[in-house]
Design a protein around this ligand. Structure first.
Ligand SMILES: CC(C)(COP(=O)(O)OP(=O)(O)OC[C@H]1O[C@@H](n2cnc3c(N)ncnc32)[C@H](O)[C@@H]1OP(=O)(O)O)[C@@H](O)C(=O)NCCC(=O)NCCS
Length: 286
């Protein structure tokens, strides 16, 4: 019946749903890969959802619970089913799921068009989350070496201090899938920073990129990454509050191609917004 809003059933996203998830993101022109979704399901197999109306898949949402805080991402409803509060229902479901796990602060990177929806649900803007693009002619640098599997424990500890919670699954999967794009800066065994990347088609994505102290460390990591990326087009997500990272990328002629808003249900908490975080891991994971 015209005007009738059919009720949506929300069910768990499974590996079988990933073709559907990829169709949704491709149609939006997002750069997500199958591996991105596999990693999110590996981090939390219970945390991603598909919305169904009359047995037809119409939308999805993913959560990435950490500990004190968690991210919500990949919210998409098929164009022909929009404007019927299905997006809101998926968001509410995701937020309830996180709350059920004890996750107090909910965060996301939201596009401008979706801000009214997120504000209705209690999210507030914290900072612009910039997407930059560029190319680098890098070189191998002293003090920078490939990350090894045996580094993961100390790397996760270092990363947690800056990010606010453990991202061990994502660090491990990045290393397993793209070892050539994972580099560590250290001084006498002490970790000073690291950079990781991934590939999506012809594009190499930078992130996460975390620097404990010193601009020189950041520059060396970026240059080594450029060398490993072999001249391919690079994309990176940077919070506007990461001034040092932005300055460094501007000097390398990276240009801003788009932005979203980093939002939080509790802006007083500064989870995932430390200035030591030079590049986000991805919009859906922080
Ligand atoms: C965002 C989205 C899931 C909302 O789904 P929906 O079922 O139409 O949402 P609802 O009916 O519950 O709520 C409508 C809200 O969606 C948002 N919205 C509307 N058009 C949108 C668009 N083209 N892109 C993003 N958000 C949009 C607005 O905030 C709107 O609120 P308003 O009516 O107060 O302006 C859907 O528009 C979509 O898939 N957009 C493309 C992908 C995307 O941008 N996702 C968000 C990434 S952060």
């Amino acid at each position: 019946m015209e005007g009738e809003v059919l009720s949506m059933r929300i069910r768990l996203m499974q590996r079988d749903d990933l073709e559907f998830a990829m169709d949704l993101t491709s149609a939006e022109g997002w750069m997500s890969t199958m591996l991105d979704f596999e990693e999110i399901l590996l981090h939390d197999p219970q945390g991603s959802f598909v919305g169904e109306v009359n047995g037809q898949d119409v939308g999805m949402v993913c959560t990435v619970p950490y500990d004190s805080f968690g991210f919500i991402g990949n919210l998409i409803v098929l164009p022909e089913w929009r404007g019927r509060q299905y997006g809101e229902a998926l968001m509410v479901h995701a937020m309830q799921y996180l709350r059920g796990l004890g996750v107090k602060t909910h965060m996301l990177d939201g596009v401008e068009m979706a801000i009214p929806l997120y504000e209705r649900l209690g999210f507030e803007k914290i900072a612009k989350s910039l997407r930059l693009e560029g190319r680098l002619v890098g070189e191998k640098m002293d003090g920078i070496r490939p990350i090894m599997h045996r580094d993961l424990k100390s790397l996760t500890e270092f990363d947690s201090l800056c990010f606010g919670c453990s991202r061990c699954v994502f660090l491990e999967t990045r290393l397993e899938s793209f070892p050539e794009l994972c580099m560590l800066a250290e001084d006498e065994g002490r970790i000073l920073g690291y950079i990781m990347g991934s590939r999506s088609g012809d594009i190499t994505r930078i992130g996460p990129w975390v620097v404990g102290e010193g601009n020189e460390t950041a520059e060396k990591l970026l240059s080594s990454f450029g060398e490993a990326a072999e001249g391919s087009l690079l994309r990176i997500g940077v919070l506007e509050t990461s001034v040092t990272a932005r300055d460094l990328l501007r000097r390398e002629d990276f240009r801003e191609i788009s932005f979203s808003w980093r939002m939080s249900t509790d802006p007083a908490q500064e989870w995932s917004c430390s200035t030591h975080l030079f590049a986000i891991c991805s919009p859906a994971r922080g």
